[in-house]
Design a protein around this ligand. Structure first.
Ligand code: PEP
Ligand code: MG
Length: 557
């Protein structure tokens, strides 16, 4: 047995055989002697196998968008002109893998030249090429292995394209050698409820099929566990999932102080199970992969779908947060040397005000057509002046509750002034960490600076919460930190009024809050705030929590 340590990125235990993300096939040198008829048969067999595989995946995935992409790939693979062109390339001396590569290189150039929608499909075309070439060479399909049995997926890191359509029933856990706790992999794992460990050095040395276990809270991975351990870990996980599924009701501390537990969603599909409301509706999904903005009607329909699903409940819609880590081609923003510090979030409205006003009009129309309690907020607000301009625009469109995200330290430091204009604040701790510590949120090497337990971040959260208490206005947290059950106690103790997270994280946070009174949360928060480092803050909070549970509240500090 070998113990490896990484960073826990999505809580829960999992165990099973590990299998790695298969790399794209390397094209071997052109075969010396080519039997044209045999090569043509190889191409046809590859097309049949790949089309069957993609069709099966499209039929079984729960992700409707992924299914659509897979079916489009099947149509591309079965296109007669592709097979005819491959035959011609083979007659000219190519073997099957080279014929496919050459033909699809031609398609690729045509897609690129056409621009717009077709240009955006190039990565699907490249994926199809890799699959067909792998099939010709008798190699496993690239990407997430489809083994037909549950396993732990290991990889250097996962790109969003690799993870589209990941099936939580088959991928029991994720372990990556790189990445960080706020990387796409980590956010996706938490959204899907898949336990995950990131930055686990040495994981790529573990051979495919070896049994391993992972603890997504502590970041410990053990390679070489027994089959009995695998059974026991998975039985425990199943029992935990069932127990959580039964946990319901609004978030509140042991003495009944309410802390709303809300969901972070990107579309109506992310609304799984009963929720108190939505604390962050990321609207970027609607704008992704497009060369033109979505029409007014399309936007109204998408917002209405979400609002209608939660009658009478609070839904906080975030206006478009484009730029930097969320590039949106249709905006045609100029290249910038430092995109994360450039035109992004609300700042896009400086250059393209109609994108914001069209969105506000669509949100207002959708809100008017349903009974949901619709709140609107802007991302990346830096000053009280920006907050004033945004809330005024919202009011012009009849949107009654308008707030802002606190993601920039300047806004956190002047939260009281921001609250003179905004009806509420929502702290985006992912970006607030990035900008407070000048540490790119995608940079795994800086994970220690991006740790929400950093005392400087806790201090900024404390000042936002205090401004909210003073103004009598709600201040929530919607960054990934809200999903940490221990950190949730700190946030509640600071005076944060709602916590918004991936729906699957809610039950654990609910349990954690329910086990402590508000006064205990305040003592835990004070202990964390006084600590000099994240490690010390974690330990201080854990000790405070344990001592309080033992009824020893007097000796916490
Ligand atoms: C954040 O920055 O914490 C946040 C919730 O927004 P996003 O992750 O979408 O940038
Ligand atoms: Mg953000």
């Amino acid at each position: 047995m070998r113990e490896l340590r990484g960073i826990g990125a999505s809580p829960g235990g999992a165990a099973g055989p590990v299998y790695r993300l298969a790399p794209p096939p390397a094209l071997p040198p052109l075969a010396q002697t080519v039997d044209p008829e045999a090569e043509k048969i190889t191409v046809r067999a590859a097309v049949v196998a790949v089309a069957a595989d993609l069709t099966r995946r499209a039929d079984t995935t729960v992700d409707a968008a992924a299914a659509e992409i897979l079916r489009a790939q099947v149509m591309m693979a079965q296109d007669e002109t592709l097979i005819d062109a491959a035959d011609i390339a083979i007659d000219d001396g190519a073997d099957a893998p080279h014929a496919i590569t050459d033909v699809l290189a031609g398609h690729r150039a045509a897609f690129e030249a056409a621009g717009g929608y077709l240009a955006e499909r190039i990565s699907d075309l490249d994926d199809l090429r890799d699959r067909l070439v792998a099939a010709c060479l008798g190699q496993p399909m690239p990407g997430v292995p489809d083994l037909g049995h549950p396993y732990l997926l290991i990889a250097r890191d996962l790109a969003p394209a690799d993870t589209a359509g990941l099936e939580p029933g088959l991928v029991l856990g994720l372990i990556t050698a790189e990445g960080g706790p706020t990387s796409h992999t980590a956010i996706l794992a938490r959204t899907l409820g898949i336990p995950a460990v990131v930055r686990c050095a040495g994981i790529l040395d573990v051979t495919d099929g070896a049994l391993a276990s992972l603890d997504g809270a502590s970041g410990v991975v053990v390679a070489g566990v027994s089959a009995e351990t695998v059974t026991a870990v998975n039985a425990e996980r199943l029992a935990e999932i069932e127990r959580r599924a039964r946990s319901q009701g609004p978030g509140r501390t042991a003495d009944g102080h309410p802390v709303a537990l809300l969901a972070n969603i990107g579309s109506v599909r992310d609304l799984t199970g009963e929720v108190e409301g939505v604390g962050l509706f990321r609207t970027e999904m609607l704008y992704l992969d497009r060369s033109d903005p979505p029409s007014y009607e399309e936007q109204v329909a998408a917002y209405r779908d979400v609002f209608a699903a939660l009658p009478g409940r609070k839904i906080v819609v975030r206006t478009l947060d484009a730029g930097a880590d969320k590039p949106l081609p249709f905006l045609r923003l100029a290249e910038e040397p430092n995109p994360a510090l450039g035109i992004r979030g609300l700042r896009v409205a400086r250059q393209a005000p109609s994108v914001l006003t069209a969105q506000l009009a669509a949100i207002a129309a959708a809100a008017a057509a349903t009974d949901a309690d619709v709140w609107v907020m802007a991302p990346m607000v830096a000053t009280a002046t920006e907050a004033a301009a945004f809330t005024e625009s919202c009011r012009e469109y009849g949107l009654a509750t308008a707030g802002v995200m606190i993601e920039v330290p300047a806004a956190a430091l002047r939260a009281d002034q921001v609250l003179c204009h905004a009806d509420f604040l929502s702290v985006g701790t992912n970006d607030l960490s990035q900008y407070t510590f000048a540490a790119d949120r995608m940079c795994g090497d800086l994970a220690d600076l991006l740790d929400p337990w950093q005392p400087a971040l806790i201090a900024l959260l404390a000042s936002c919460a205090a401004a909210g208490v003073e103004a009598g206005k709600p201040v929530g947290v919607c960054g990934e930190s809200a999903a940490d059950p221990q950190f949730a106690l700190v946030l509640a103790g600071l005076g944060i009024t709602s916590l918004s997270m991936a729906p699957r994280s809610i039950p654990t946070v609910r349990e954690s809050l329910a086990a402590h009174t508000l006064d205990e949360c305040r003592q835990i928060a004070e202990a964390a705030l006084a600590a000099p480092s994240p490690e010390a803050a974690r330990t201080a909070a854990a000790n405070a929590s344990r001592q309080l549970r033992l009824g020893d509240g007097a000796s916490v500090r």
